[in-house]
Design a binder for this molecule. Structure first.
Ligand SMILES: Nc1nc2c(c(=O)[nH]1)N[C@H]1C(S)=C(S)[C@@H](COP(=O)(O)O)O[C@H]1N2
Ligand SMILES: [Mo]
Length: 366
């Protein structure tokens, strides 16, 4: 489905889903928004260059020396901060696994016509910055405030609606979530594509909440109605439904593909004998309880590595005595609230939060 005509005039009538071959438009989005290489799942921390990217519009190139973060709207003491002032505030580093809400979208049928992620829109970084809550408190939200919006410097159109990328969090959500104002990733200044000079990180939630190129925080006495808050990131079955908002990351696990790949199909070949299968499991801020590996009809319990932190994925491994044959390996995680990954995707119109088990096709030779 290629779009024709003027996309800057709403409302748009394009179909929301597609089946079969990927269009040139989807491929172009995939080229801009790179994913993690699954072999990098063997690392606790994803290298900056190996972390997935999702940018809706263009990357704004911001001069850090003149950038100001503005606190505006219904604050008693609105102010603006320079990057030097933000860096001088108490700094902390958190290890956070971030996953795009659209990860797995291309595994649904029909799929949403959007960025066609399979499994790779996930990564874990050490994010350095300052906690947001004390700064909000300093700005003094008035008693009537019910929402805070976080808006980036990037502007564009979606479905004929012009907007800056923006998201919001209620006072209760802000209190419950350890939101950070972040300027470093893995000990290096943020790269432009990851939000330089300043972004937020909302640990435990899907990536859309972690607004990049943060420009202003507005205290609101009505709920925020920005496009990215209201018109997308909702679980819907039909386009006229309001739907529930997408928030916390669902339990999920991935496997480092074992052995060696075939270039195009990514099917794997390995030698028979002892094989160490490994991967990662995560569930937002909820601990991982169990990971099971499916081999030739049976589920086996994997060993869990030491947790890296409340908001980070957990390593798992399993020693497999591989006999010659053809297998579809799979891994399945269960979190501490007893949520377990489904075997098949739970379909929704935008293809959000697909946490169905991953399958890896393996040919074991003598
Ligand atoms: N300003 C702005 N922030 C944004 C986005 C965006 O397009 N613009 N994309 C969001 C989405 S959907 C995701 S998944 C994460 C991706 O962050 P990353 O590119 O650093 O991995 O950023 C979020 N923050
Ligand atoms: Mo995303």
């Amino acid at each position: 489905m290629q779009e024709t005509g003027n996309p800057f005039e709403g409302p748009q009538t394009k179909h929301e889903t597609q089946d079969g071959v990927f269009s040139a438009e989807e491929v172009r989005l995939a080229n801009r928004n790179s994913g993690a290489m699954l072999e990098m799942l063997s690392l606790d921390i994803t290298p900056v260059g190996g972390h997935y990217l999702l940018t809706h519009f263009d990357v704004p190139l911001i001069d850090a020396s003149s950038h100001r973060l503005r606190f505006e709207g219904a604050f008693d003491n609105p102010f603006a901060m320079t990057m030097d002032e933000i860096r001088a505030a108490p700094a902390i580093t958190r290890t956070v696994t971030m996953e795009c809400a659209g990860n797995g979208r291309a595994g649904m049928s029909p799929r949403a016509y959007s960025m066609p992620w399979l499994y790779e829109a996930v990564g874990t970084a050490e994010w350095t910055g300052t906690p947001l809550a004390p700064l909000i408190e300093k700005a003094g939200p008035s008693n009537a405030v019910v929402d805070f919006s976080f808006e980036g410097a990037d502007f564009g159109y979606d479905k004929g609606v012009p907007h800056f990328f923006g998201r919001s969090l209620t006072p209760d959500e802000l209190e419950a979530l350890d939101v950070l104002l972040v300027y470093e990733m893995n000990g290096q200044p943020l790269l432009p594509q990851h939000g330089a000079p300043l972004r937020i990180i909302v640990p435990g939630w899907y990536g859309m909440a972690s607004v990049k190129w943060l420009d202003r925080i507005t205290a609101l006495t009505d709920r925020y109605t920005g496009f990215q808050q209201v018109q997308t990131y909702r679980f819907r079955q039909t386009s006229d439904e309001v739907g529930e908002p997408v928030t916390a990351i669902r339990v999920k696990s991935l496997m480092v593909p074992p052995g060696v790949p075939d270039w195009i199909t990514r099917k794997r070949q390995l030698k028979s004998g002892l094989v160490r299968l490994e991967g990662r499991a995560w569930a937002g801020a909820t601990p991982i309880d169990r990971v099971e590996i499916h081999i030739g009809g049976d589920w086996h319990t994997a060993e869990l590595a030491k947790p890296l932190g409340k908001y980070a994925w957990r390593g798992w491994s399993f020693e497999w005595w591989a006999e010659p044959g053809h297998y579809k390996l799979a891994c399945r995680a269960t979190d501490a609230e007893d949520n377990v990954q489904p075997l098949e995707p739970e379909w929704n119109l935008s293809g959000f939060a697909n946490n169905a088990v991953q399958q890896v096709e393996v040919f074991v030779t003598d």
